[in-house]
Design a protein around this ligand. Sequence first.
Ligand SMILES: *[C@@H]1O[C@H](CO)[C@@H](O)[C@H](O)[C@H]1NC(C)=O
Ligand SMILES: *[C@@H]1O[C@H](CO)[C@@H](O)[C@H](O)[C@H]1NC(C)=O
Ligand SMILES: *[C@@H]1O[C@H](CO)[C@@H](O)[C@H](O)[C@H]1NC(C)=O
Length: 385
Amino acid sequence: MESLVSVSGKQIRLFLTILMILVPRLPSAGSTPADIVQRFHDSEVERMNHLVVDKNTGRVYVGAVNRLYQLSPDLNPVVKVVTGPQGDSTVCSMIDCPRETQKKPVDNVNKALVIDYTTTRLISCGILFQGMCTVRNLHNISDVVQEVREAVVANNPTASTVAFIAPGPPNPPVSQVMYVGVTFTGNSPYRSEVPAVSSRSLDKDKMLNIAEAAVTTGTRMYVNSLSRERYPINYIYGFSSGGFSYFLTTQMKNTDTAIYISKLVRVCHDDEHYYSYSEIPINCTSDVKIYNLVQAAYVGKAGSVLAGDLGITAQDDVLFAVFAEGNVTSSDVPKPVSALCVYSLKAIRRKFMTNIQKCFTGEGQRGLEFISPSHKCISTVSNDQ
Ligand SMILES: *[C@@H]1O[C@H](CO)[C@@H](O)[C@H](O)[C@H]1NC(C)=O
Ligand SMILES: *[C@@H]1O[C@H](CO)[C@@H](O)[C@H](O)[C@H]1NC(C)=O
Ligand SMILES: *[C@@H]1O[C@H](CO)[C@@H](O)[C@H](O)[C@H]1NC(C)=O
């Protein structure tokens, strides 16, 4: 394994500090039985999609295709819930179907699995019924507390969805909302109403409704109807840090250039209108390669050694992200070549700040033409400054 410190790269050089090239491992180096202390397996289930662990009880929850599992901390199955297949059609809304609709049995692929610690509930969302969610009792997930007739997540097996709970309107950090990032799927007339990024309420009375909604603004962002078909945004990971919520995405560089890059999307927790919505590119590069496609990520604390290297404290947040090189630049398909990059959130905040300041001084384009066309940065700073 090779490890480089401080790699060049124009825009994000500032906070790209550690890069490790991950050598593809072949199955011969797989886990030996002695490494495995416990296992859970269900031969009926084709794929497991999400796993969350309750930080208070150690219980494990797994979202799979057509199944949800509640396991004990040592992975013994406690409750199994069957969620599909069920009769559905994408021409149906959350609530009803046009007459004469032919419903077919559709596998329910789990797209989001989130613990709401405030109410001790498990929120799970699947592709059926336009991406509907159910709210369940954490003590026994077969107890459905609420079925939410809202289109929240992607409604096909392949389109991405990322969901997490973090502070949000009306009164952060006391009030919490569910942040959701969803790839547009053009498979139904109802999808144009599903925001690309939104903050959704966790209040029982308006469960998973858009947290704050006015006529033209609110806690939601859409990709405009001209771009969304040919400009897919893949949501890879989401997290909250220092008063902001972030999504890591892969998307095309802009609406004219079919080159895929990775971008960080950010909104401020106390922004009821998403006026603070902004994006910056994030790259992971070595001398010879550009790893343009983020694949997976995690936000945690730096240990003391890493914190020292990054010039931050051990309590500061750091983003660990694995990137792959795209097969061809015009594709979001990764090659089996990858690298791990580590960024301090402090440096990421600084990068957002300088980009926003540059924009305020009239430099460049906002670069969000897929949201609302051609926004040139307009100087809001007086010239005699
Ligand atoms: C990121 O990668 C693109 C190619 O995908 C390259 O053109 C660009 O210069 C890189 N940006 C940074 C910040 O390194
Ligand atoms: C969970 O609830 C179901 C339905 O009420 C019940 O049959 C089952 O025994 C419960 N399981 C546990 C572990 O409490
Ligand atoms: C890369 O793309 C080409 C053309 O699209 C395809 O034929 C090839 O199988 C791809 N290679 C990998 C490793 O995915």
